[in-house]
Design a protein around this ligand. Structure first.
Ligand SMILES: Nc1nc2c(ncn2[C@@H]2O[C@H](COP(=O)(O)OP(=O)(O)OP(=O)(O)O)[C@@H](O)[C@H]2O)c(=O)[nH]1
Ligand SMILES: [Mg+2]
Length: 587
């Protein structure tokens, strides 16, 4: 299906033309028919000679209803510019054309109507000149009379040529259906309609309401009045929603593929119309079927920051229109450059921001976004409209390659510095590094660890895991050498001190598994426990403390805490008379 909107001055014959082409009545309201004037959007459709289906969104021409016109045109890629042969180019012809240009509509036809009332040549020439200067460019022109039917076959053929030129929509992309009508059907509940510009809808789909994020279920779908299980873009579609009160949805809301859009009330945009300095401080932003008041803050010559009165699901590259409702003036089109712009709080931030924006063109660009943001979650970028093709560095985090390299260097520096400041700790806690590097997630610290750095038990160390600081390692080697032949004779306090093993060094050695600590100042080699059990198992059972001390060739200073440790580990059992027995003889 193809969707084409009408455009043109009031009473120039738009609705009559749509009626003549489709046999359907686009003016839905009794009031419209009574007054002979379109007030709100109308919808009608027909088959073209090629067999293609074309649906029309018929818009009102009266200047009071321009917001309705914009809601209809916003999501539609092609337009029929309608000019009456007997009246020629008029103010609303100009405002509608300015709107199409602002929205960058680039597929269209000129239809000169009421050709039975006047020679269409002059109107055709004037209108083509106006249109040629816009995004529509050179267009085909067809003169018709809806009264006599003259020119309608030629118009149908021209419509076929027009729709054949419109690029195919992205059907496997996300859905953002701008609601242009909402009503209730007895027995079915809430129905909304809109022009589906991309994606695909199915009965049973879950969609998110743009306004609240609330998830809703598609209960039924209609395409051009017929029930369907599935509707692909481009289409005029009616969506019946389960369990949604009618007053929850109105024109300008949107139904979204969940998780694929972010709501934003702050955007930086490039202007295609009036220069930034000439814009009033408040305007209305029209995008899709939505119209939202915005506060305008100029940044560069042609870039501004817009603060929206309510958030909208916008993407980088979205085309929108700024209009001054008071002056009936289309201030021009805007291209969304950033849907998550940084706050401008520091002095000079606005100037710097203008510099950044000068380099953006509204085409979502992964490398550029990463360069500006350094780090970003894949999901966040997708929700901005950026196609994510890079591999995450950790979890769903993406990093700018240069920034990531610099972070890796800083990780080495910080880890080395910490090791100097805390020589006995077995590395820097990951959380400390996360804070020092100002990273949003500990997983990023872990992902930055490369040899010779190592990660163990939540710490990053400058050397491979399990190594002791050299200072301590040397002292421990001395202990091992001196006590190899008397493994149960613990070094005295003054010997430990002479070896440079204070409480902190002993702690480090114990954590590294190089020493076993029985009590303060009583340390043994790590194998001493198993060796002691083996020796004690050779004694007649049960045995006394004194027998154990002699068998182990040691002093009470060591024997008492060693036996207590063995008791705690269940290797020995203490009997009521204070004698002990070995419980599990070593194999
Ligand atoms: N003679 C003649 N009259 C026409 C033709 N087309 C439209 N009209 C008349 O022009 C008047 C306005 O037509 P509409 O179709 O309502 O015009 P419109 O552009 O839809 O007007 P708005 O929706 O209010 O902007 C009506 O009285 C139509 O009968 C035509 O080809 N020939
Ligand atoms: Mg009309």
């Amino acid at each position: 299906m193809h969707v084409v909107a009408t455009a043109g001055h009031v009473d120039h014959g738009k609705s009559t033309l749509v009626r003549a082409l489709t046999g359907m009545e686009p003016d839905r309201w009794a009031e419209e028919r009574r007054r002979g004037m379109t007030i709100d959007l109308g919808f009608a459709w027909t088959a073209l000679p090629s067999g293609a289906t074309i649906a029309f969104v018929d818009v009102p021409g009266h200047e009071r209803f321009v917001p309705n016109m914009l809601a209809g045109v916003g999501p539609v890629p092609a337009a029929l510019v309608v000019v009456a042969a007997d009246e020629g180019w008029m103010p609303q012809s100009a405002e509608h054309l300015a709107a199409l240009h602002a929205l960058e509509v680039s597929y269209g036809l000129l239809v000169v109507t009421r050709a039975d009332l006047a020679d269409p040549a002059a109107a055709t020439e004037a209108a083509r000149a106006e249109i040629a200067a816009t995004s529509l460019g050179e267009v085909e022109a067809v003169a018709v009379s809806a009264l006599t039917g003259d020119g309608l076959p030629a118009l149908r053929a021209a419509l076929d040529r027009l729709v054949a030129r419109v690029p195919a929509p992205v059907v496997d992309g996300p859905v953002r259906l701008w609601v242009d009508r909402s009503f209730t059907v007895r027995g079915s509940g809430t129905v909304v309609t809109g022009t589906l510009g991309g994606g695909r809808l199915r009965v049973g789909d879950q969609l998110a309401l743009a306004d609240t994020g609330e998830l809703v279920r598609v209960r039924g779908l209609h395409r051009l009045g017929e029930a369907r299980d599935r509707v692909d873009a481009v289409a005029r579609v009616a969506v019946n929603l389960r369990g949604v009160p009618k007053d929850r949805l109105a024109r300008g809301d949107a139904l979204l593929t969940p998780g694929r859009f972010r709501r934003t009330d702050l955007v930086d945009v490039r202007l295609a119309g009036d220069p930034a300095a000439d814009l009033p401080a408040t305007l209305t932003l029209h995008v899709g079927a939505a119209a939202v008041p915005v506060r305008v803050r100029p940044l560069g010559v042609d870039t501004v920051r817009l603060r929206l009165a309510r958030p909208l699901p916008l993407l980088i590259g979205d085309r929108a229109l700024l209009r001054d409702p008071g002056r009936h003036h289309v201030a021009g089109g805007v291209t969304v450059l950033d849907v998550d712009p940084p706050p401008l709080t520091r002095r000079g931030a606005a100037v710097a921001r203008a510099g950044v924006l000068a380099g953006l063109d509204g085409r979502p660009d992964l490398a550029g976004e990463l360069r500006r943001r350094s780090l970003a979650r894949a999901g966040e970028l997708t929700r901005m409209g950026v196609t994510v093709t890079a591999e995450p560095v950790a979890g769903d985090w993406l990093a700018d390659p240069d920034h990531w390299r610099r972070l890796g260097d800083r990780l080495v520096e910080e880890t080395t510095r910490y090791a100097r400041e805390h020589p006995l700790e077995p590395g820097v806690p990951v959380e400390v590094l996360r804070r020092r590097l100002d990273l949003p997630d500990r997983a990023l610290v872990a992902a930055l660890v490369r040899p010779p750095l190592s990660l163990r038990a939540g710490r990053v160390a400058t050397a491979p895991a399990d190594t002791l600081p050299e200072l301590v390692a040397g002292a421990v080697r001395r202990v091992h050498a001196e006590y190899a032949r008397h493994p149960f004779r613990a070094p005295e306090a003054d010997r430990l001190a002479a070896l440079g093993l204070g409480p902190r060094e002993i702690g480090a050695a114990v954590r590294a598994g190089a020493l076993l600590k029985l009590t303060e100042n009583v340390v043994l080699l790590p194998g001493a426990v198993d060796d002691a059990v083996r020796v004690l198992a050779g004694l007649p059972q049960p045995f006394t403390l004194s027998a154990a001390r002699q068998a182990l060739d040691t002093t009470r200073r060591v024997a008492v805490p060693l036996l207590e440790l063995l008791d705690r580990r269940g290797a020995t059992r203490r009997l009521p008379d204070d004698a002990r027995e070995v419980v599990t003889p070593p194999s």
